[in-house]
Design a protein around this ligand. Sequence first.
Ligand code: FA5
Length: 351
Amino acid sequence: MQKGIENINKFTSIMLDVKNEALAQIVDAGNINELEELKIAYLGRNGKLTTLIKKIKDLSISEKKQAGGLINEVKNTILDALATQKNTLKESARDWFDASIPGKKPTIGHLHLITQAIREISSTFEKIGFVRVRYPEVEWDWYAFESLNIPRDHPARDDWETFFIDTPPHSKYGLMVLTPHTSSGQVREMMRVKKPPIRMLNIAKNYRRQSDVSHVPMFHQFEGLVIDEGISVAHLKGTLDYFARNFFGKDRKTRLRPHHFQFTEPSFEVDISCGVCKGNGCKLCKEGWLELGGAGMVHPNVLKNGKIDPNKYTGFAFGWGVERTFMMKAGLEIGDIRLLYSPDLKFLRQF
Ligand code: FA5
């Protein structure tokens, strides 16, 4: 601001500078507060325009008249600009905030269907006293095969079926493998508990060199192991029927067919009555039964490997695939089991 204004020309020039500066700042103001501050900076008691107006006393009478007209014009222009900018800011504020528009719901995902199945299987068995345990995903050959009575030349111990880890073998436990089944937790559980009773539920990831429409290289199994004095096939059958009724539905039952596993004797294949035809036979099941998985009475050699006396204790075990059990429950007839692990949201959102 000039100290004094010698004549009307000088006054007019300063006035126009102040006006242009004010208009530029008003147009740039981003919110109502900034506009209020600009109003005070130009038109307030010590504002730039007010201070300038006070200087017209230095002008002659005729110049004062001329200056008065200019002052009014500049003041009104600034006030108009302030009002226009205020409206513009209010308009744009309304553009992005309209309280009447319904909010956008964030997309909420859900647990993977296999995680849901694992939770349901766990809680079904926990209700009858099974305790969920976890054992290593990368396991010694001894726990996965040798301790389970599986001979060295068994096809499961071939690297066409099992993933072996490329490390030097341990003198007792042999090579390391990616767990091929949850049965590798059986002897570990016997050693952990030491003295029966045992009611184990081991649910874990398993790995096998298999990939086709009914096999995935990584899948889940749930394994039950019960050991105590006097445990018989009747307890196994009762447990399987309980699971069938509670997991699949009240009217479902199981049947045992003779089978062979190295680590159980006798061994069985477990079937469940078909939910579609109620056991009468249909396109899905053919004869009224669907295959669930393996089971049997724990082999005495396995009990010995777990440091449990086979003359005092007996036990049963069963081990089934979570993926196939889930597909049976949901009545899912998917042509390819690998779809369960694909990132296809159209499929996954259905569950
Ligand atoms: C076993 O793995 C035995 N350990 C089961 C067992 C436990 C028997 C305790 C007796 C006592 P098997 O290889 O049949 O058995 O596999 C059991 C189930 O795992 C199959 O019925 C199937 O549901 C599932 N399964 C096996 N391999 C795959 C795979 N590659 N992909 C998906 N599911 C599989």
